[in-house]
Design a protein around this ligand. Structure first.
Ligand code: DC
Length: 221
């Protein structure tokens, strides 16, 4: 069974997907982390982030794996744990080059489908319900007001990153939203059969419970 969760940055989908996977005993597939992982490696190797051929070659030569540790999901590139590195602002600022490269997306989608074929999965990203798992048993689109999404993102920042103001985060989020929704390749859109949940006034626990209610109906069938 595949549960697809899509939505913009800060909509709460990562926390919700992780909690949901834990409750159901499903795997958790964080596809944003995969684009971040390849971005990190391309930056390490000084690859031109606009060179599609070089990025596709890199993707072919790179192993991206996940490992569950307690409630965290560890990300490994070629066997090296880079869970923290992929959240650095430098990676966040450059990941759009990688996620907007058609050849990379094509390979990434295949890898995501392979990983999900290994067992029941909660898959989270931007194109789960539309492109990667159109056959998913249940699809959700999480959203929230931009002010609330920015507030959540600001709360996640560690001390050195607090040099960014709340207004900086809002501006950054507007740019990311525009990039995600207007890019040519697999833009962020709600799949017509996805259930829309506005999480602005909800806790992660509320959202997980709402989703579980919907899923139980499918499981009973
Ligand atoms: O969810 P996130 O912030 O970790 O995602 C990192 C970037 O990857 C984000 O800019 C959007 C992109 N992404 C994507 O294009 N497709 C996905 N399925 C997941 C993420």
């Amino acid at each position: 069974m595949i549960i697809a969760i899509d939505g913009p940055a800060g909509s709460g989908k990562s926390t919700v997907a992780r909690m949901l996977a834990e409750r159901l005993g499903f795997r958790y597939l964080d596809t944003g982390a995969m684009y971040r992982a390849l971005t990190w490696k391309a930056m390490q190797e000084n690859i031109n982030l606009t060179d599609e051929n070089a990025l596709c070659r890199l993707m072919e030569q790179t192993s991206i794996e996940f490992q569950r540790k307690d409630e965290n999901l560890l990300v490994f590139v070629d066997g090296v744990n880079i869970t923290e590195e992929i959240r650095l602002p430098s990676v966040t600022n450059n990941v759009h080059y990688i996620s907007d490269t058609p050849g990379v997306r094509h390979r990434m989608v295949k890898l995501q489908q392979k990983l999900a074929s290994e067992g029941n999965t909660v898959a989270e990203g931007r194109d789960m319900g539309t492109v990667v798992f159109p056959q998913a048993e249940k699809k959700f689109f999480l959203d929230a007001d931009i002010a609330e999404r920015a507030r959540r993102r600001y709360g996640e920042f560690k001390l050195p990153e607090k040099k960014f103001s709340y207004d900086d985060i809002i501006k950054d989020m507007e740019i990311r939203d525009r990039r995600d929704t207007t890019r040519n390749n697999s833009p962020l859109i709600k799949s017509s059969d996805a259930i829309y949940i506005n999480t602005t006034k909800l806790t992660s626990e509320d959202v997980v419970n709402l989703i579980l209610k919907e899923i139980r109906c499918v499981m009973k069938k």
